[in-house]
Write a protein that binds this ligand. Structure first.
Ligand SMILES: Nc1nc2c(c(=O)[nH]1)N[C@H]1C(S)=C(S)[C@@H](COP(=O)(O)O)O[C@H]1N2
Ligand SMILES: [Mo]
Length: 425
């Protein structure tokens, strides 16, 4: 695994860490053994939100109606309305969700929630939320993306019309919390520990194995999102943020980290988030999200009022690093021109691009192509399909879905100004 030290990252040495806390290692927090694991078995309930006083907690204008898309009262994912997005931050209220029961998110009392660090460590630790919040913290802007984003043909989007359908399983937030490396060091993670297993509080157990190199690099145990506590849908009171890696490994409602010497081959990583090609070969532990971009305006389902000037806008990102360039084509891929990247351009974050376009009223095909700082470039859907030994039509069938699809998304503008998804035709 590549080792990266990020801008602003200060991987606190143990000595420094102890010094910062006033000479006594995690004074009052250092716990010799495992405390009773109260809270771990707390009964989870799904509840509706309490009524809001608009003066106490602001509301948007009643003329603004943009919302997440999904099936109510099921655990299906809900999708971010990227067609209405501006800049690079996704409001928490519009951040896509996966794993939330239809009746509402798990309700966890933060007073009762504990995070246990155990397994192959010198001294197992249990933290309360208050104890975690005393520790050195970091804030990082990172995107999250479900590995099934784009062309996982879930029942509610068999006919992906809009960018919300096709790409709505990504969002970008400022996450605040404690680096997992700080907690693992404090627990004295053993040399022989090569993986950690992170577990959420869901009744049906959501857990994932993470290589210790990543766990010690930039993984965040986050309690805040965009300046306020992480939303219940996003894992309140505590979640893992594993920058650039498939959404599924970003364990929400986090309660336990176990240091181990092998991956646990959990249900999520073997059956659910592994992909098998028609020839029987498969990809396991395909963690990093590839370089990707999508035009959010004009995009599928929209109607252009007439010829003339339009600013083409979109989002680009890469789980492997920073977006280096985004090219836009308005002529069916014959010519490509660099779009303007809107600053800030951050590592493992959504990056906004803009491209001035004058529509002449003729049929046009709008596409964007991202290249990241490792030189990885988005493939066309045909090129992507080739990697899987299939033709792209293979994915027209609802029983054939694929994770980690980063194919270029074409939008066709017809002469009457209608914009439609042209990925398959
Ligand atoms: N505990 C728990 N964590 C979870 C899940 C879950 O079902 N339970 N779903 C995962 C999946 S598949 C994704 S894509 C991300 C989505 O994070 P979000 O809901 O905050 O957007 O959470 C991941 N973390
Ligand atoms: Mo996911």
């Amino acid at each position: 695994m590549r080792k990266r030290i990020e801008n602003g990252t200060e991987l606190t040495s143990r000595r420094k860490f102890v010094k910062r806390l006033g000479g006594t290692a995690l004074a009052g927090l250092a716990i010799g053994g495992i405390r009773t694991a109260g809270g771990r078995t707390e009964k989870l309930e799904a509840t509706a939100s309490p009524p809001k006083d608009p003066r106490a907690y602001g509301q948007r204008s009643r003329f603004v109606t943009s919302g997440r898309l999904g099936r109510s009262s099921t655990a299906f994912p809900s999708l971010s309305p990227l067609q209405d997005s501006e800049g690079i931050i996704t409001p928490a209220a519009l951040h896509f969700t996966v794993g939330v029961p239809g009746s509402g998110p798990w309700e966890i009392d933060p007073q009762k929630q504990r995070l246990m660090i155990h397994g192959m460590v010198g001294r197992p630790l249990i933290f309360t939320m208050d104890e975690l919040k005393r520790l050195p913290s970091v804030s990082r802007i990172h995107f999250l993306e479900c590995a099934g984003n784009s062309y996982l043909r879930l029942p509610f989007r068999q006919n992906p019309v809009t960018v919300q359908h096709t790409h709505g399983m990504t969002g970008c937030s400022e996450w605040t919390g404690v680096l997992l490396s700080v907690l693992l060091r404090e627990a004295g993670v053993q040399k022989a520990a090569s993986w950690v297993v992170a577990e959420g509080s869901d009744p049906d157990k959501h857990w994932r194995s993470i290589p210790v190199e990543k766990a010690m690099d930039d993984v965040l145990v986050a309690y805040a999102q965009n300046g306020e506590p992480v939303r219940p849908e996003q894992g309140y009171p505590l979640r893992l943020v594993v920058p650039g890696w498939e959404g599924n490994i970003n364990v929400k409602w986090l309660r336990r980290i176990k240091a181990v010497d092998q991956p646990y081959m959990t249900r999520q990583e073997t059956t659910k988030y592994a992909d098998v090609r028609p020839d029987g070969k498969g990809r396991w532990f395909n963690f990093e999200m590839a370089a990707k971009s999508v035009i959010t305006f004009p995009s599928g389902g929209q109607q252009l009022p007439g010829r003339g000037f339009y600013e083409i806008r979109g989002l680009a990102w890469s789980g492997r690093g920073t977006v280096r360039k985004v090219e836009v084509s308005t002529d069916g891929g014959r010519t490509w021109t660099d779009a303007e990247l809107q600053s800030p351009v951050l590592r493992i974050a959504h990056t906004r691009f803009r491209f001035a376009w004058k529509w002449d009223g003729q049929e046009a095909l709008l596409q964007s192509r991202c290249t990241d700082d490792l030189g990885d470039t988005q493939p066309t859907m045909d090129e992507f399909a080739k990697l899987w030994g299939v033709s792209k039509d293979y994915w027209l069938s609802t029983s054939n879905f694929i994770h980690h699809c980063n194919a270029i998304q074409p939008w066709k503008v017809t002469a009457d100004g209608r914009v439609r998804n042209a990925i398959f035709s």
